[in-house]
Ligand binder design. Sequence first.
Ligand SMILES: C[S@@+](CC[C@H](N)C(=O)[O-])C[C@H]1O[C@@H](n2cnc3c(N)ncnc32)[C@H](O)[C@@H]1O
Length: 349
Amino acid sequence: MVHPGLEEVAADEVARDHGGEVKRTAPGLVVFRVGEIDPLLLELRTTEDVFLLAWGTDQLTHRAADLDQIRRWTRGADWPTLLRIHHAVRPKPKGRPTYRLIAQMEGHHAYLRRDARKALAAGLLGKFPDSWRPAEENAAVEVWLTIDGARAVCGVRLSDRTMRHRTYKLEHRPASLRPTVAAAMVRLAEIKPRHVVLDPMCGAGTILAEHLAAMGKVRVPVAPALGGDLEFGAVRAAAGNLSRLGRAELFQWDATRLPLGDASVDRVVSNPPFGKQLERPEAIGPLYERMVREHDRVLRPGGRAVLLASDQRSVRAAARAAGWVRERELRVRVLGQAAVISVWRKAGP
Ligand SMILES: C[S@@+](CC[C@H](N)C(=O)[O-])C[C@H]1O[C@@H](n2cnc3c(N)ncnc32)[C@H](O)[C@@H]1O
């Protein structure tokens, strides 16, 4: 499962980094097959959760007859194999095994979410050993049924909350980015270990954290990451979050007047404030223009910028003024608002 809008980036991570064969994507979903399911899958960075698929359909009727189908499909899935794989990948639970059934539902249906959950439970009757107990917290096995319109998927959860929330994120700031969205931006930036990466409006440092975490396993030296923010509290939060991840140099600064040399940075990856976060939302255009002009000054020719913003018209205007070439745009929702991740290249070798 992925944050809606990140399907293509997650599919690319699954295929290129984990050798997965992507079977299909749908909003919020990437369905794939891997030769061997091992704990490395839990290191995926652009996904919110990873499941073993029990069954899936895109032919729900929205009518009550769906419930009988849900029960039947669940009954027909190969639970012994799913549980065996789950136990091989997840740490062994202590004490008596527990399980939890979760149903999520979007769209208009002639039945309620709790009816769907009951159908799931009916399909699972007799599938787990009698000694297993239901539990609402920290269950050893979670079975999720996710319904979105005519589509439903049912699976056993392999990941836990640390996949989407990460373990480094101890310090939070308002408007802090979802780690999986930051990971997607870092991936789109196509960063090499020797690249100097800059987030000039770093907030709690999520983007730089994702960059350093992604570089965590490379065996060659990694250039230090650069970041800063107008607010000292943000710089302090970023320092806390990045401390265990790698080398980062952080500053309190104004991103429109950076104390950095011309052409000294290979990648800018950043999430500037949205217009609605400013006292005067109309100030966003001029801010983005000054910001992009400064990004352009510090970027090396051929360097890339990846920006996440909701005021995409202002980003485009500023990038056009700088002469940047647009490589890609991805629509996502951030903080309940439509936003765009855009990838730009500064002309040059
Ligand atoms: C949307 S937040 C960034 C969130 C960050 N990506 C995170 O995950 O925590 C935008 C940040 O830009 C900072 N900011 C706004 N204007 C700035 C400026 N002129 N120079 C530097 N930072 C600025 C704000 O203080 C805020 O922390």
